[in-house]
Design a protein around this ligand. Structure first.
Ligand code: PRP
Ligand code: ADE
Length: 181
């Protein structure tokens, strides 16, 4: 939990049974609409990472971009998009991961950063952890050093953060929601 974690959590909306019955969707749009809350959100990440000597923020398509771009701007490091399959025009490397039904793929440009660069991977939310873990593996495979993986929201009951930690990557979440809240 971060310095503003409780406050950030209070401005995230839960939409029950969306996009399908049984899912509690954690909707960050009220947080984004609230300029004071959005500033505190970005400040939470800046506070954690300003002394970590990062070279790049690798942000995951699409909601990860919302955090990744202002963070890269504030920290004065580069912004690297990790995109869903078929969106990047240059030479790519890709990582396939399993969804509840079927598979998905994320891609990275082969020249996105230099060997040994210190990279933070960011997204808005960790559920099963499949997306974040695939992105972290991509960075590692391309020679980057994943300093940490970072998210606004963790859903610990789904075990994603633990899965990412078990794979050897650190996880930071500004706030978390259990299934019953
Ligand atoms: O931990 P996981 O089970 O992998 O789920 C988390 C991912 O799912 C959501 O993205 P989504 O694929 O819905 O795409 P979007 O950002 O384009 O809305 C979310 O933004 C994360 O990227
Ligand atoms: N419960 C959830 N809320 C918002 N985004 C999600 N992505 C995957 N699961 C989600």
């Amino acid at each position: 939990m971060s310095i503003y974690g409780d406050y950030i959590k209070s401005v995230i909306r839960t939409v029950p049974d969306w996009p399908q019955p049984g899912v509690n969707f954690r909707d960050i749009t009220p947080l984004l609409q609230n300029s004071a809350a959005f500033r505190k959100l970005i400040d939470s990440f800046v506070h954690r990472y300003q002394e970590m000597d990062l070279d790049a923020i690798a942000a995951i398509d699409a909601r990860g971009f919302i955090v990744g771009a202002p963070l890269a701007y504030e920290l004065g490091c580069s912004f690297v998009p990790v995109r869903k399959k078929g969106k990047l025009p240059f030479k790519t490397i890709s990582e396939t991961y399993t969804l509840e039904y079927g598979e998905a793929e994320v891609e990275l440009h082969s020249d996105a950063f230099r060997e040994g660069d210190r990279i933070l991977v960011v997204d808005d939310l960790i559920a099963t952890g499949g997306t974040m873990l695939a992105a972290a593996k991509l960075i590692t495979r391309s020679g980057g050093l994943v300093v940490e993986t970072s998210t606004i929201v963790d859903l610990p009951d789904l075990g994603g953060a633990q899965r990412i930690r078990d794979a050897g990557y650190g996880v930071f979440a500004v706030c978390s929601f259990t299934e019953d809240e």
